[in-house]
Design a protein around this ligand. Structure first.
Ligand code: MEV
Length: 438
């Protein structure tokens, strides 16, 4: 069946919903009711959400949870997390509590430089291009003054503009490789506006440069865009304590635990199949806070995974060691985040999340996000190297299964009792429900 439609974006919201319901559902009235059930009764609030994107028909809920007791550089944070995976918030909270009595998390922002590039083709003499670039370089700064003025007042702006010759990899390909400091904003719009102006200046000045031949004057700008690879926007997060201090209810033999933990990290350092899952666990924490604070999780994901491959082989983002009886676990990752601009002042829940975190600066948020990632990784590795992941995971997932089978309060009580001392599995829950219903 052909379900294409012309001019969908021009339809009213009501018409869009009707088209979806009538085209894809056997019971359109029910589909419309479900869609509308997720609308907010506050019309203004609904309109705000409608206008975030194109063709909005309704809202899509994700839970926002809270992981308290994160001690970072001696200060205690309560971390809001937006995520659908049942065990993530519980794991973060458990890890936070655990480390809060073992010195807490230590963090440092190592650098916060962002990058953007003007990609262009130049068919001509490379030395002439270099002389041209050096001659007009100051014009790049004057041409972008109106865009950079406010950012400069906040202590940011363009840090450097370099001409890069990429012709060894691609014929005639050069770049303006530009570095930025964007303070508390993620800076995507600022960077892209600067780059588009730089591209315009580049083209205009090339036309005026008398040393260029007619062909050289026609250098061709292909595109101007920020890079989500930010290897110079790095935050470090770490925990450490004496090996014997690792002991707790499920860690009877701390030395054995620490050694097994370090081995698990080593495996992720050298084995990409494991590294991807290991890092996915880190991103469980990172994405949840990035989402809650209205930041661009796709940008963060792309940048983090590129960084994990910087040696040429995909590897673990975190590292661990035992030295002179001290266990250390740490991670350095690139995070381009903002606490002003974008959704931060628009989305009511984002505003709340930032408020809960104490209105952090972008640097502070980088530290909180990195810590949540490290905490998540610690929780996953602790489970994996001790009880196995399913015990905790399925305990949290139990509710989802019970909801799926519309279990009654009585059934829930009986099932909770049954699983107090045994590992939950999907099949065992289903079997139990069926038995109870016989
Ligand atoms: C599940 O979302 C994340 C883990 O697979 C991470 C890991 O294996 O380290 C538990």
């Amino acid at each position: 069946m052909n379900h294409s439609i012309a001019g969908f974006s021009k339809l009213s919201k009501e018409e869009k919903i009707n088209w979806i319901a009538n085209t894809y559902f056997a019971h359109p009235t029910e589909a419309i009711a479900t869609i509308k059930n997720y609308w907010n009764s506050d019309e203004k609030l609904q309109q705000l959400h409608d206008e975030f994107i194109e063709n909005t028909i309704t809202n899509f809920y994700l839970p926002m949870g809270i992981a308290p007791n994160f001690v970072i550089n001696g200060k205690t944070y309560t971390v809001p997390m937006v995520i659908e995976e049942s065990s993530v918030v519980a794991a973060a909270a458990k890890s936070a509590k655990y480390w809060s009595t073992r010195g807490g998390f230590k963090t440092t922002v190592i650098s916060s430089e962002k990058i953007g590039q003007v990609h262009f083709l130049f068919k001509g003499n490379t030395e002439k291009l270099e002389t041209f670039f050096n001659t007009i370089k100051t014009k790049f700064y004057t041409a972008t003054e109106s865009i950079t003025k406010n950012m400069q007042q906040r202590g940011g702006g363009i840090l450097g503009i370099e001409l890069r010759n990429k012709t060894a990899a691609l014929d005639h390909y050069f770049q303006l490789h530009v570095t930025f400091e964007t303070k508390d904003s993620m800076g995507a719009n600022f960077i892209n506006s600067c780059l588009e102006q730089l591209a315009k200046t580049l083209k205009e000045e090339a036309q005026l440069y008398t040393e260029f031949t007619e062909e050289e004057k026609e250098l061709q700008v292909i595109m101007s865009i920020l890079s989500n690879y930010v290897p110079n926007c790095i935050v470090r997060a770490e925990v450490s304590c004496k090996v014997e201090e690792l002991a707790e209810k499920k860690i009877d033999y701390p030395q054995e635990f620490a050694e097994k933990f370090v081995q698990a990290v080593r495996i992720a350092e050298i084995e990409p199949f494991r590294a991807v899952t290991h890092n996915k666990g880190i991103m469980n924490g990172i994405d949840a806070v990035v989402l809650a604070t209205g930041n661009d999780f796709r940008a963060v994901e792309a940048g983090v995974h590129a960084y994990a491959s910087r040696s040429g082989s995909y590897s673990s983002l975190s590292h661990a060691k035992i030295e002179e009886g001290v266990f250390s676990f740490w991670m350095e990752i690139p995070l381009a985040l903002g606490t002003v601009g974008g959704l931060t002042s628009l989305h009511p829940m984002v505003k709340m999340a930032l408020e809960i975190l104490g209105k952090p600066s972008a640097h502070e948020l980088m530290q909180i996000v990195a810590v949540t990632g490290l905490a998540q990784n610690f929780a996953a590795l602790r489970s994996l190297t001790t009880t196995g992941i399913q015990e905790g995971h399925m305990k949290m997932h139990l509710n989802n299964i019970l909801n799926q089978y519309q279990a009654t309060t009585e059934e829930r009580k009986a099932i909770a009792l049954h699983f107090e001392n045994s590992t939950v599995s999907h099949s065992s829950v289903v079997e139990l429900i069926e038995n109870l219903r016989k």
